[in-house]
Ligand binder design. Structure first.
Ligand code: MG
Length: 386
């Protein structure tokens, strides 16, 4: 029996790679639902290739165009709040959450409540609503939340068969991003092209900027704290420019397990889809150790990349602090991409928004969304004032 899959964010970088994995296992997976922001050439190609029964597009004009083009062959969903209804109605075995931001939060919670599998590529969801999502997961023993983020997939793999009490600390590796060797004196007025040009991973613009500021790693610390139920002071960051070791777990007996692989998102995506099984990889996906020659490591430069400490601080404050961090970062990064603020303004704006928020604990989804919206508006105001 083929497993049915719904991909949220199908035209983004992880979405496209997810469909590549599915295409190479066409006899084992079927695509039932695809969701994207608007209808594009890529989405049309995906619809033609995978023939889903349902599609969601946020933009209603796109929805009308798709309905006209496909008629009765395709059920088209749209609307600001339509994504959760769409994924719920499609009801696939596996939901791949590969949107950016928190748009897929409702769908993730609803899928876990049904006791199904979520392959989570979207780190903002745990950063913003980690307590809520993990409590839903605990309440539904059948449900699975499998990380797709390469670092978390690595740690998840290293922890298979291990007891939680055996874990000393988690070591999240970071390539150091595109600015690792750029002197901070050049940060002022640095071009988007240099910032987005990641040396190891090909990703969307938001996550590429986050990699340049190291906020991506900061968000990953918070994501890891929720997924693996550890305090953030036991989650460390290690710069590893070759990006071959995707992350490591140190155990109480000082033994360290690492997961290694080529820098290709199809690897963690495939593991999330096939877990707990491992399926044959395609040609060209194997690590050439002799070709690599050596692996190097360093500590992150925390002065040069203040976003890392801002994220640790938010994680320690806990409650709604990470939600505000994530919302402010999203706004600041988009403002930078639209040339409204400079690269150096990104951490300043995030810190300012955070300083104006008193974190709350044990909040429900509605309150989280309210605080998220407040942080978005506050960050927008600060970006405009620049
Ligand atoms: Mg990552």
């Amino acid at each position: 029996m083929r497993k049915s899959v719904t991909v949220l964010g199908s035209t983004g970088s992880v979405g496209i790679n997810t469909l590549k994995v599915i295409a190479s296992y066409a006899e084992r997976f079927e695509v039932k639902g695809l969701a994207a922001g608007s209808q594009t050439g890529i989405l049309r190609e995906q619809i033609d290739a995978f023939r889903p029964s349902d599609v969601y597009v946020l933009d209603d004009k796109s929805a009308a165009e798709l309905s006209t083009a496909y008629g009765k062959k395709l059920k088209v969903w749209t609307g600001q709040n339509g994504l959760t209804q769409f994924s719920s109605a499609v009801g696939s075995d596996i939901l791949v959450a590969a949107t950016s931001g928190t748009t897929a939060l409702g769908s993730v919670i609803e899928t876990l409540e049904k006791g199904r599998k979520v392959a989570l590529a979207n780190k903002e969801i745990l950063v913003v609503a980690g307590a809520l999502v993990m409590s839903v997961l605990r309440a539904h023993p059948e449900a699975q939340l499998i990380p797709v983020d390469s670092e978390h997939s690595a740690i998840f793999q290293c922890l298979q068969g291990q007891k939680k009490e055996s874990v000393q600390k988690l070591i999240l590796t970071s390539s150091g991003g595109p600015l690792r060797e750029v002197p901070p004196s050049e940060f002022f007025g640095i071009s988007k092209e240099r910032v987005i040009n990641h040396p190891k991973w090909k990703m969307g613009p938001k996550i590429s900027v986050d990699s340049a500021t190291l906020m991506n790693k900061g968000l990953e610390i918070i994501e890891a704290a929720w997924l693996f139920d550890l305090p953030v002071d036991r989650i460390k960051v290690l710069i590893h420019p070759e990006a071959v070791i995707h992350s490591m777990v140190e155990f109480v007996d000082a033994s360290v397990l690492a997961q290694l692989g080529v820098t290709d998102m199809r690897l963690p995506i495939q593991y999330a889809l096939t877990y707990p099984e491992r399926w044959q990889a395609e040609e060209g996906m194997r690590v050439d150790f002799a070709g690599l020659g050596k692996l190097t490591f360093a500590l992150p430069d925390r002065k040069k990349f203040p976003c890392l400490d801002i994220a640790y601080e938010a994680a320690k404050c806990s409650g709604t602090a990470p939600c505000v961090l994530s919302a402010a970062d999203e706004v600041a990064v988009h403002a930078y991409l639209e040339d409204k603020i400079s690269f150096l303004d990104i951490p300043r704006i995030i810190e300012k928004v955070m300083s104006r928020h008193s974190p709350l604990k044990n909040v429900d989804l509605r309150k989280i969304q309210e605080i998220h919206q407040w942080a978005v508006e506050e960050a927008n105001r600060l970006c405009l004032a620049h």
